[in-house]
Design a protein around this ligand. Structure first.
Ligand SMILES: *Cc1c(COP(=O)(O)O)cnc(C)c1O
Length: 384
């Protein structure tokens, strides 16, 4: 625990919530979850399975019905063939990632993490006794990890590489060509790939999500895809995540769950089955709403003095360069919250102090009002 930090993100959101409850007109761009309500079909399934008494222990690695539904999902969405023994259901994708790290890492094993990164990756590696190794990506390169930089970061201790496309916090995506080049290095250097694809359905500009596991059997065999119901179906509190990959490792994750959490919540699993059965139109509708907000937010941010937003290819965040303000990300976020009641997450928690993360999981009205306040603030306070 001595190497693990508390989440700075949570500290700021707690302060924003407290201010709001005391009556301050806080507008929050801090959300890490969709603002849409959980679809009714999913809620109905909760009531139905509860009524039917589906309230007891289930198999630790997930009910067969859900593991099969996950296999079907991989086949339909990505043409990937997995058997139920390649799939384990966990209490959220975060739990899947945590367990995978516990199973994969020996003391001192290095796990390569492209930066900026999701806050929990490095801490999960530390908690498994491993060592995170960061590889920089930049806004001018669309936050894409390049094969050359990856290769440079590899040492005899390198065990795995984490990919997160679309990315939280940057919104960057990796396209087939990028993945192909990375794949060559991965195969040459014998790395394991942990591919966090939780934002797969939120991808913009007519692009399509590509998983590295679809680029051939050799890459698929060394990739673990992590995904879940949280972001795709507005089910964050219901805690269903899943992972697919090598059956031996999957089995070990099941054993770890046997002795720690046991099964994910019984009725949440039934709800996830219902979610995976929703018509595809649901995701495209949500995606289109996010895409509209994405354009609105990037448009407004790019007019603000000192701010240079990156147009995200996916997820629901705008990662915005604020080096033009001459301030660090934490003091800037504190001032925005204190002086104009706008909550934003400092990039420092994601490994870049020159950025802020604005979430567009909020209404268009909030985007207009909140960014209007930031624009006014910056006119008054940013010189040059
Ligand atoms: C939200 C998120 C997760 C985990 O979500 P769960 O609710 O635990 O399923 C994993 N990875 C990234 C990048 C996320 O943003």
């Amino acid at each position: 625990m001595s190497k693990v930090s508390p989440s700075a993100t949570l500290k700021l959101t707690a302060k924003a919530k407290e201010m709001k409850s005391q009556g301050s007109p806080v507008i929050s761009f801090a959300a890490g979850e969709p603002d849409f309500d959980t679809p009714q079909t999913i809620k109905d399934e909760a009531v139905r399975s509860l009524g039917a008494g589906f309230t007891k222990y289930t198999p630790t690695s997930g009910i067969p019905e859900l593991r099969q539904a996950v296999c079907r999902k991989f086949e339909e969405d990505q043409g990937l063939k997995y058997a139920p023994e390649n799939v384990v259901i966990s209490c959220g994708a975060k739990h899947s990632l945590y367990n995978l790290m516990q199973v994969l890492c020996n003391p001192g094993d290095e796990v390569i993490i492209p930066a900026p990164y999701w806050v929990s990756y490095p801490e999960m590696v530390y908690l498994a006794g491993g060592a995170p190794v960061f590889v920089e990506t930049s806004q001018s390169e669309k936050f894409r990890l390049t094969a050359a930089r990856l290769e440079k970061a590899i040492t005899p201790k390198s065990k795995a590489l984490i990919l997160n496309s679309p990315s939280n916090p940057t919104g960057g995506i990796l396209e087939a060509e990028d993945l192909k080049r990375l794949g060559e290095v991965i195969l040459k250097k014998n790395l394991i790939v942990i591919s966090d694809e939780i934002y797969e359905y939120y991808i913009y500009g007519g692009l399509r999500h590509v998983s590295i596991a679809t680029l051939g059997e050799e890459l698929k065999a060394r990739t673990f895809i992590v995904n879940g119901a949280s972001k795709s179906y507005s089910m964050t509190g219901l805690r269903i995540g899943y992972l697919a990959g090598d059956a031996e490792v999957v089995k070990k994750i099941g054993i770890l769950q046997d002795h720690s959490t046991s099964n994910p919540v019984s009725i949440s699993q039934k709800m996830a089955v219902a979610a995976l059965g929703l018509p595809k139109s649901y995701r495209t509708e949500v995606r289109d709403k996010f895409e509209k907000r994405n354009r609105l937010m990037v448009g407004l941010l790019s007019t603000i003095k000192g701010f240079k937003p990156f147009t995200p290819g996916g997820a629901f965040y705008v990662f915005c360069d604020i080096s033009g303000t001459g301030m660090g990300s934490e003091p800037l976020c504190e001032r925005l919250l204190d002086e104009v009641h706008v909550a934003v997450i400092p990039g420092r928690s994601f490994g870049s102090d020159r950025h802020l993360r604005f979430s567009f999981a909020c209404s268009e009205k909030d985007i207009e009002e909140g960014l209007g306040r930031v624009a006014e603030w910056s006119k008054r306070n940013i010189k040059g």
